[in-house]
Every structure is written in structure tokens, then in C-alpha cells.
Design a protein around this ligand. Structure first.
Ligand code: TRP
Length: 332
């Protein structure tokens, strides 16, 4: 029997951080054991906001190298560039004809921009390009093109997936057949949310991230900036109300966690010490991956080859699907 298909897109718009690692990368790699995985770089999605060719190019390598360094096995997952699979844009054009404008009006990202413009008394559509407005349709095309069964995403993408399902159902309904496979969202819950330097959710938009592959010294310097309270060394501290400890738990073993917990509860431990402990467990986990990452970043030809090969295979699968869909819709 064929494995079920898991697909997700990674927008190359920011340097991957440990929130991405625990929230998205690690669980997605885990899924490749069970599913036929298709993990692609959503570079045309990034184009809506990034118009700097150098940046798009560099971020693509960063994202690809990160996932590979974290253990994504290209033999177990199809890894490709969205921009190299033009069938996506065939399907996207087709899906636009089945998508009401009203549905797009309700998309969170678009609504937030309109709201912001309204507050600033600007033209409501200021800064809104059609790529942003139709973003959920392109995403639906990414997903439906590959008959995806499950789509692992963060909560922020839940609405987009509902829209994908809406659009697919409307196609299936009109042609009275299962033209498109209805995907199942695999939404990551907030219990797995990684906090940032300031205790809020780690996010590029809060500027509180810890990049995954910072060089050792910079990593240590950054860890020392994790926000703590102003308790003195002598005072007893509460590990469960501490940003340092929350991060420590992600990297440390049970035994290590219990040891550090005791030091908190005993008193006599300063924040510098706790942060040093955090730095050490983090460095231990990250350093072999970082080495791998740096090697890959010095070998961009290798990454290109991998993405080119993946894209070629993706095109083969995609062109079958497009042929099938066009045929049903009455096209040659
Ligand atoms: N929109 C997603 C994000 O911003 C990225 C993405 C594009 C995606 N196409 C996708 C995710 C298809 C899942 C499936 O993170």
C-alpha cells in the first residue's frame, strides 16, 4: 500500500531559530518516518514581501541547509523549490476561478493589513499586492497539486488550510468527483510554543529569537540576554516562572533538569550560572548540526543539485496531476 503524503512549505523569509526547530523542523522530520514527505521552499510566497534577489537567494540556501543539517534525509523526503514547479501556477490559475473574492477578503493576513491602514488613515489597500491578496490560493495549489493527505503547519496557517479545503470541495462538488484530495490539517498546538529571550513566544516579529546556528561566542552572548527577574544570588528561585529554565527544558535531559531545578530551589545560584548551564546544553545539541550547516553553506552547488533533482521529480508528479485535472475540466 502507498504511504500517505505529508506536505509543507517553508517560506524563506528569516534566519531559522530554535522556535522553528522545535515547532516545525523537528516534528516535520519525525513525520518522514511514516509519510511520503514533500517539503518545499515556498519562494514565490516570499516574493510578496521580499524584492531583493540576493536575499531570496541567500534565504533559500539558509533554509535548505538548515533542514538538511537538522537531519532531513532527501532520500526520505522530496525537497524542492516551489518556483521550479510551474504546474503549481497552472493549478493556482485554475483554483482562482473557484475562489470567491469574499473568501480572500476574510484572510487574516490581508485583513490585518487593511486594519492597519485604516488605523493609520491610509488608503485601505495601501501596500497590498495581489500576491498577498491571493496568497491562500497559491498555498492551496501547493497542497492540492500533490494530493497531500496531511499538512503540518503552525496555528497561524490554520485558516489558510480551511480555505484550501473550501476551494477543493467546491471543485469536487462542481465536477461531482474527487478531482482533488481533501487534505487534513496537522496543527501544532501552543503547548509546544518556544518562548523567546523576553518570555514572549519566540518570533521574528518580536525580535526575540535565538538563531539556531549562531557561532558559539555569539550564542553565549545572546543566552546571557535572556530576561530574568532581579532576584539576588542568595534568594530561592522558581524554575517554573523562569525564561532560562523554560528554554533549558528543551535541551536538557530529565536528570539535568532535576539537578538545575534543585539549584533554583536551594538558593545561592545566580542567573549567570543558570544561563551558563543553558548555553552548555544548547551548544552540545546544536554544535554538530552547526558544523553540518556550515559545511553545506560552503557547498551551495551541492544544495542546488539537490533542489534541482527534487524539483525535477516534483514536476513529474505534478504534471500527471495537472493532466488529470485539466482533462476533467475540459482542457487538452
Ligand atoms: N504559508 C506558509 C507560511 O507562511 C508557507 C506555505 C506555503 C505552506 N505553501 C504551503 C505551508 C503549503 C503548508 C503547505 O508559513
Amino acid at each position: 500500500m502507498k504511504n500517505k503524503i505529508a506536505l509543507t512549505g517553508i517560506k524563506p523569509t528569516g534566519t531559522p531559530h530554535i522556535g522553528n526547530y522545535f515547532g516545525a523542523i523537528k516534528p516535520a522530520i519525525e513525520l518522514t518516518k511514516e509519510f511520503d514527505a514533500r517539503y518545499f521552499i515556498a519562494d514565490y510566497h516570499a516574493l510578496n514581501s521580499i524584492k531583493d534577489p540576493q536575499q531570496i537567494n541567500e534565504m533559500t540556501y539558509e533554509v535548505a541547509a538548515t533542514w538538511l543539517a537538522c537531519g532531513l534525509d532527501p532520500n526520505k523526503a522530496l525537497v524542492y523549490r516551489q518556483s521550479q514547479v510551474p504546474q503549481t501556477f497552472d493549478l493556482s490559475t485554475i483554483l482562482l476561478a473557484f475562489t470567491s473574492k469574499g473568501l480572500m477578503n476574510r484572510a487574516h493576513a490581508y485583513k490585518a493589513m487593511v486594519q492597519n491602514n485604516s488605523e493609520l488613515k491610509r488608503d485601505l489597500d495601501d501596500g497590498v499586492n495581489m500576491g498577498l491578496f491571493t496568497y491562500p490560493v497559491l498555498m492551496a495549489a501547493d497542497i492540492l497539486l500533490f494530493d497531500s493527505d496531511v499538512v503540518p503547519v503552525g496555528k497561524d496557517q490554520a485558516q489558510h488550510l480551511e480555505m484550501t479545503i473550501d476551494i477543493a470541495q467546491s471543485v469536487n462538488h462542481i465536477y461531482k468527483s474527487n478531482v482533488l484530495t481533501i487534505p487534513k490539517p496537522l496543527i501544532r498546538e501552543s503547548t509546544q510554543t518556544v518562548i523567546g529571550l523576553d518570555g514572549r513566544k519566540m518570533s521574528k516579529s518580536y525580535n526575540n529569537t535565538i538563531p539556531l546556528f549562531l557561532p558559539t561566542k555569539k550564542l553565549r552572548r545572546l543566552i546571557m540576554k535572556v530576561v530574568t527577574n532581579s532576584q539576588t544570588i542568595e534568594e530561592v528561585k522558581d524554575p517554573d516562572k523562569c525564561n532560562v529554565f523554560a528554554l533549558y527544558k528543551l535541551f536538557a535531559t530529565e536528570v539535568q533538569q532535576n539537578e538545575l531545578r534543585e539549584m533554583y530551589l536551594k538558593g545561592g545560584m545566580g542567573w549567570g550560572h543558570a544561563k551558563q548551564e543553558l548555553f552548555e546544553v544548547m551548544e552540545e545539541m546544536v554544535s554538530p548540526m552547526r558544523e553540518n550547516y556550515n559545511e553545506l553553506m560552503d557547498n551551495k552547488d551541492f544544495i542546488d543539485k539537490l533542489l534541482d533533482e527534487g524539483s525535477e521529480k516534483a514536476r513529474e508528479i505534478a504534471s500527471e496531476k495537472i493532466k488529470f485535472v485539466k482533462n476533467i475540466l475540459g482542457f487538452k
